[in-house]
Design a protein around this ligand. Structure first.
Ligand SMILES: Cc1cc2nc3c(=O)[nH]c(=O)nc-3n(C[C@H](O)[C@H](O)[C@H](O)COP(=O)(O)OP(=O)(O)OC[C@H]3O[C@@H](n4cnc5c(N)ncnc54)[C@H](O)[C@@H]3O)c2cc1C
Length: 414
């Protein structure tokens, strides 16, 4: 079959790889000059089934309200108008109950774990190197309150029971000696020995090179503008340069998928949640962490990216704007320096911001909507790197009429 994949982020490229492996003729279109230049570029790099927790907790609405009045909140709502905000926002808030939190966490964990096995299959088969670190991730708690909450929440990840270790501060320092100077400010940690990290941009770039060797065509610098449809089928995709026809189309446009779904009469509940990252060289390796992880009280994720370290944080509902100014990062820069003092060269920071394609329940959307020849693979939120390889396999299975290996409950358009 001729398959046209819309979007060359980590989701589009992994889907191209799966479908090319299954013998299909693939073309990928993207508006950027190369793959992985939008959200998949500067993410934290964590592959973290051990952090599959739903964001929509009973506490979240209160935190969003506070952000209207207090600066430097991790969760931020900036009042704005953009298409789809109210409908998506109401659905997002509806998810903020204990019951939904449990269901949503379970569903994410299932997909993340499945996806990690698919990533391992891919890596074993291709030998791809993407600065992967497979020595586990550490989740760090500063206050007793957050540490106690984390202990309570651990039972939500019961399938990872034997992989998660609760650590007091001295055990945490043994695993991660770079935290020693901060020890007095910490209350404990959780070590998930099977979680990993890796450079998503490098992975996606290398996988797209491999795909080209498998005869996948990448058409970059082309902006998709609209679809032509007939009945319940897409007939053409129109870009600023060309028109394309295919047997099957895959929507992997990240945060922009919802806008295009609307054109063909589908409501895809995907909205951008902006995050920020800083990447800088490691100045003193002996003071830098050995693991990636998360400073949980501050939602500050970090991972080693080659010779550098990257920190990401902040979940800001502010529309599609990816712009930033230096003051947006001061919160993160201060936290990074306080967590691992004297480890990094802050004079050489690379700043970045990107849009997490969030659904209200935190899981992506697969399968068809109105158009029988269009398949969604969109809305991977804060875990798209973790979920990519599994999502690609699920999409390839759906396209080729095979039953996906995991349940898609809550991940289909309805
Ligand atoms: C700060 C931050 C930290 C994160 N940390 C992690 C993490 O540690 N672990 C994890 O698992 N996930 C993480 N994520 C989430 C992860 O990065 C995303 O879920 C994932 O990158 C989404 O991939 P995607 O391919 O769907 O979207 P994208 O990478 O945005 O790809 C979409 C593609 O569509 C193209 N496109 C859009 N519109 C058009 C158009 N009109 N015409 C042509 N092309 C178009 C874009 O150019 C882009 O290449 C993080 C995200 C952020 C923002």
């Amino acid at each position: 079959m001729r398959v046209l994949i819309l979007g060359a982020g980590v989701i589009g490229v992994t889907t191209a790889y799966e479908l090319a492996n299954a013998g299909h003729q693939i073309t990928v279109i993207d508006r950027q000059s190369k793959p992985s230049m939008e959200t998949s570029f500067g993410n934290a790099g964590l592959i973290s089934p051990g952090h599959s927790f739903a964001w929509t907790t009973p506490k979240l609405p209160g935190n969003l309200m506070k952000s209207l009045f207090q600066k430097q909140q991790v969760f931020r709502f900036k009042p704005h108008w953009s298409p789809g905000l109210i409908r998506w926002g109401l659905r997002f808030l509806q998810q903020c109950t204990s019951e939904n939190m449990k269901t949503n966490t379970n569903r994410k964990l299932l997909l993340c774990s499945y996806s990690q096995t698919k990533l391992h299959d891919l890596t074993a088969k291709t030998g791809l190197d993407y600065d992967q670190k497979t020595n586990g991730l550490i989740y760090i708690y500063r206050s007793n309150e957050t540490f106690n909450e984390a202990k309570d929440k651990l039972n939500l990840l019961s399938s990872l029971d034997d992989k998660m270790e609760l650590l007091d501060t001295s055990e945490l320092i043994t695993i991660e000696p770079a935290l020693e100077p901060t020890q007095s400010k910490l209350s404990g940690g959780i070590y998930c020995k099977t979680d990993e990290s890796g450079n998503c941009f490098k992975f996606t770039t290398k996988l797209s090179n491999l795909c080209q060797k498998m005869n996948v065509t990448f058409n970059h610098d082309e902006t998709i503008s609209r679809f032509e449809t007939k009945g319940d089928e897409i007939q053409k995709v129109i870009t600023n340069k060309n028109e394309y026809s295919a047997d099957i189309y895959v929507m992997a446009l990240g945060s922009y998928s919802g806008l295009f779904a609307k054109q063909i009469g589908d409501y895809l509940p995907v909205y951008p949640v902006k995050g920020y990252s800083i990447t800088m060289p490691i100045f003193d390796v002996s003071k830098a962490p050995l693991h990636g992880g998360i400073d949980e009280d501050n939602m500050l994720a970090f991972s080693l990216i080659g010779e550098c370290i990257r920190f990401t944080s902040i979940a800001e509902i502010a529309g599609y704007n990816t712009g930033f100014k230096p003051s947006d990062f001061s919160y993160m820069v201060n936290l990074a320096g306080s967590l691992f003092p004297d480890a990094f060269d802050f004079s050489k920071i690379e700043y970045w911001a990107g849009l997490r394609p969030m659904t209200p329940n935190g899981s992506p959307i697969f399968g068809n909507g109105t158009m029988k020849n269009l398949f969604y693979n969109s809305g991977h939120g804060h875990l798209g790197w973790t979920m990519a390889c599994g999502s690609a396999k699920i999409t390839a299975d759906l396209i080729t009429g095979r039953k996906p290996k995991i349940s898609l409950e809550g991940m289909l358009l309805n």
